[in-house]
Ligand binder design. Structure first.
Ligand SMILES: [Mg+2]
Length: 255
């Protein structure tokens, strides 16, 4: 008998990895990489402003880019932000190799951001059970940069398809990004479950796209539901395993 649910798609930050020890601090998360990028540009002879000024400009660019994205659901792209940073810093942006700049940024797992205790076990179990696994993150970074993190956490080989909003052109909750990952996984909304921690984008988008939605709601998060209603709520990933089994039984009973 074939199963109804054949794919499980995850958000990344705070769904598979735990940010509770860090918070989204610019100084911790972004600044060390920006300093590496600045050093790279200085070594190439570009007249880069001082570190604090360079960082403040970048921060402003990112904040306004995400403000715009939240109104239009068109994604923010890291390469575009860097191009704007170079221009606004008075540099000759056309003379800077963006790919080399992104490599010099040297993206890595964030210190003290860790896997939840059960992340690896749950993903490995789902794979053994022959579910297709996908990942969709609202990240301006291209997937190859977030892959550096997935690889470091040992998660990279577990996914059949992965997508950042920067690459997809849209952010969650726009339905286009869900359609894209379903295409990549060669499945349909009715046969897929989406697991994410943010009601307003992960869950609202999954609901609008017709996927079964599961809110990941661990104790350290306090996201408001407002008018968004997830199909299911879990507080740790291991609760997914009995939930998926229950979904199959329920459908079998219905038939
Ligand atoms: Mg998240």
């Amino acid at each position: 008998m074939s199963r109804r649910i054949e794919a499980v798609i995850f958000d990344f930050d705070d769904t598979l990895i735990d940010w509770s020890a860090v918070g989204e601090s610019f100084e911790v998360v972004v600044r060390p990489h920006l300093d590496k990028l600045r050093t790279h540009l200085v070594q190439l002879g570009h007249p880069v402003p001082a570190g604090d000024h360079f960082a403040a400009t970048y921060r402003q660019i990112i904040i306004s880019a995400w403000d715009r994205a939240k109104k239009t659901w068109r994604s923010v792209r890291f390469d575009n932000c860097l191009h704007e940073l170079f221009t606004r810093s008075g540099l000759d942006a056309a003379a800077i190799d963006l790919d080399a700049a992104m490599r010099a940024y040297d993206w890595r797992p964030i210190p003290n951001v860790v896997l939840y205790d059960d992340t690896l076990t749950v993903l490995q179990t789902l794979r053994r059970q022959n579910y297709k696994l996908g990942l969709v993150t609202n990240s301006m970074l291209p997937m190859w940069m977030r892959d550096i993190e997935l690889e470091a956490y040992g998660l990279l080989p577990l996914f059949d398809a992965r997508l950042t909003s920067g690459d997809a052109g849209y952010i969650k909750p726009h339905t286009a990004i869900y359609e894209r990952i379903l295409d990549l996984l060669e499945t349909s909304a009715e046969r897929a479950v989406f697991v994410g921690d943010r009601p307003q984008n992960d869950i609202a988008g999954a609901n609008a796209s017709g996927l079964t939605s599961v809110l990941m709601d661990p104790p350290h998060l306090n996201h408001k539901l407002d008018d968004v209603q997830p199909d299911y709520t879990i507080t740790q990933l291991s609760e997914l395993l009995p939930l998926l089994a229950e979904l199959e039984c329920r459908d079998r009973d219905r038939v």
